[in-house]
Ligand binder design. Sequence first.
Ligand SMILES: [Zn+2]
Length: 347
Amino acid sequence: MSLSDDQLIHEAIEINHASVGRASTLDRYESHLVHFSQYLASAHGRTFYSAQKKHVRLFMGHLEKKGGADPHPSRLRCEWCKARGYPNGRSGEGWSPSYRKSYLSALRFLYRHFQAEEDLPDLDPTVLETSPKLILRRGYTPSREEVKRLLGTPGTPKARLLVHWMFYAPSRLSTFSDAKWPDLDLDAGTWEVVGKGDQVDIFALAPPLLRELRIYQRWQLSEAERNPAIRDALSDPETAYVLLTTTGRRTMPQSVRKMLKWHAVRAGVGVVKAKGRWDAPRKVTSRVSPHAMRRAWATLALNDEKDPKPIDVVSEVLKHKEISTTRRHYAPTKPERAQAALIGMRI
Ligand SMILES: [Zn+2]
């Protein structure tokens, strides 16, 4: 007597040989297994009993194919996908690697049950299936040469300051827009950033940044002599923004981002075609962003050939709560560093 796929799913979830602790995980496995079952039946006329390794491979493959209005042929054959209008994952076409990993875990959970139960055949078509590689789409990160070019390219005083500031003090976009002169101590070389919950972070200012800040300050003061709006704004500590507009107001974050991009276009760094953007001169823009500057700083700091900075230090600079965030989003530790550490061990 063999059980139906539905019976097997219920039995496997109820007995829970793998001792999965979380109810939400079991719920997810259940729905994944329902999908697998319907896929097997509709695309291959198979059941959990008769599924072979190739069917697992094909099932896993169909999960990464696009759905939507014009689904990939492998999706078309799946009854489960069809009934739901060929859904895609949250981030694009098909499901993400992490979601597919969860599917494979569900399949492994099922066949573990098969192996554990005497009345079920000892089979596991998932054995050869390799887990989907979690590819984190890391944002664009300028290389060392590109950073040099960004810093070296002539530009407006504001743009020159911005590019130095964002690289040498890799904070978040709004903090540049919010910065006021009283937050900066050019003699001590510090910048006080008031973050979430009024927490104050202090950035030490690197010499090249200090130099640019002084040049910029001189320029801004000369502007103030001609422009009363700027002069008035600077005379009040509450409105003395570092990045003032010609009307004496705080420069908005979007404008700050735009200025950086224009400068990057001028420097020929990360240039891409603009998608019909009204504000993109010459129909091009750049992938350089405040976050890209942060990533560049972190990547260069972590992978410096002569003096690599430890990841906990980089994490502290970026003000991440968890070091894993630093590793994941900003700076993959290069395998060469691991090799060098192994070879370089001395006692
Ligand atoms: Zn499907």
